[in-house]
Ligand binder design. Structure first.
Ligand code: ATP
Length: 138
């Protein structure tokens, strides 16, 4: 089978390590499909799902920040955080989303001196986790 080694690493743990047939990531310039034999490159990632293809099965991982590096021997994703579908605590993500939305509203009303970009990033991370969790239930 035509596969390559994919590793997803965060400061806390090795979130994933295994042979895959393909991986799709969202780089800063858009969606990138990586197949075996792809030329080496490195690019920053958006807060988005990473989709892994193994045989005819697809698995999603919620990745926040970081880089993808395509090497000759393997593909490495170095991320700030990464959660498999099954590891996502959706209640926690919903609470984080609501908190971020309240902060964004407060910033817009000028009622709070909270960093808007920070709240927006929290919102993106929470929505990414909710989307990955929800898509695994379909
Ligand atoms: P929260 O406000 O709920 O803490 P956060 O976006 O601030 O969310 P991060 O700083 O991105 O959280 O992550 C801190 C750690 O918690 C990481 O190890 C991340 O994988 C984990 N984590 C965050 N949210 C969830 C979640 N909903 N389900 C599972 N793990 C999570």
């Amino acid at each position: 089978m035509n596969t390559f080694l994919l590793e997803i690493v965060t400061p806390d743990h090795a979130a994933y390590s295994g042979e895959v047939n393909g991986v799709s990531v969202r780089g800063i310039e858009g969606e990138l499909g990586i197949l075996p034999g792809h030329i080496p490159f490195i690019t920053p990632l958006q807060v988005a799902p990473v989709s892994i293809k193994i045989g005819n099965e697809y698995t999603s991982i919620a990745v926040s920040g970081g880089f993808v590096e395509v090497r000759k021997d393997k593909v490495v994703i170095l991320a700030e955080s990464a959660e498999l579908e099954t590891d996502i605590d959706v209640e926690r993500a919903i609470a984080a989303k609501e908190r971020a939305e309240r902060r964004i509203v407060a910033v817009k009303k000028n009622q709070a001196d909270i960093d808007f970009q920070r709240a927006e990033l929290s919102l993106k991370k929470a929505m990414n986790r909710i989307n990955v969790h929800t898509s695994s239930k379909r």
